[in-house]
Design a protein around this ligand. Sequence first.
Ligand SMILES: Cc1ncc(COP(=O)(O)O)c(C=O)c1O
Length: 356
Amino acid sequence: MGGIFQTDEAEFIKQARQFQLPGQTIAVVKNNAYNYGLEFAVKAFAISGIRAFATTSMDDAVKIRQMCGDSADIILMNPTTDFKRARMFNLHITLPSSGYYDTYKHELQGLNIHIEYAGLFNRSGLTDINELEYILKDMKASGIELNFTGLWTHFGYSDEFDGIYEKESGMWLEFAREVRKLGLTPEMIHAQNSASYVRDGIFDGHTHVRLGIGLYGSKPYAELDDKDFIQSSTLSAPIIQFRQLTEGMTLGYGAAFKADKDCTVAVVDIGYGDGVLRARAGYECEIGGKVYPIVALMMSHMVVLVDDDVRADMPVYLYNSKLRIDKYTKLGVGANSEQLGALNYQSLGREIIYDV
Ligand SMILES: Cc1ncc(COP(=O)(O)O)c(C=O)c1O
């Protein structure tokens, strides 16, 4: 058996409870719920009290509806042309541009539509209020009625502290004001990701915050307290064998490791093929409560410089409550979601610890 991503359900739910804004939280469950597992996470979030979910995948949106029943609000953040399923499963869908409106205005009638504002992040969404005015004018001229149930944007700078987030959020708040001036009153107004929510609380006039990483227990930026973000998962792998190296011996592709003195290394059953980022292997792992340097990373294996305290039956931890994902984010390994998203759901074993 190779690497194992293990999650403690009770800890996961505890974190979701302590981070959410009760009754006003949309849980972002895209990319297999940040790789915690879609079904596991949706169920646990529902237990924690969350009733609204956002994803980028139509298939996942349908699964969430099937799991949660009629009462959940499910938002598809990517534009879709699968209007049949959007209708059948009563999803909230996104209006990303006037071009999309022009092409699909007839099919969009009767659906729950969330107007997206592009803002500084600018991945998708209306560029400015003129684009919305154009749509409203055309609706009138063409006798089209659309059900605008939501208004949203995404912040790309909410973990930055050089003034750009203030500009970004200011642009959005101005756009939302202009939308209201046009007479639209969407039931759901949501913009804030974890970092924005931690910094500002919920903005006036907003009905929801749309949270990902904080709900999953990683800090959205470094200057926050560990105890407010419970990391409920560990990533570990077993030792396959030990090798004794004498001074000067090399190991791995291109002599990835060269022993500068006689030493023992442990070969561990996990590699970059399982989603361990190469940059992560530049730091330590933990065995039996002690940290040891990783000296080589291969597709299916990792090599660790060990000492006599390490036994063959000890799991090697890459992430646990001390080796926090957000610690390695701070060290520059990659964003929290990058470290999680890279994990190979096919090759890693999955274990959930249930509180019985
Ligand atoms: C559109 C959108 N909203 C919300 C989130 C949640 O962000 P975070 O995980 O920083 O809370 C994401 C994450 O990437 C996103 O893409």
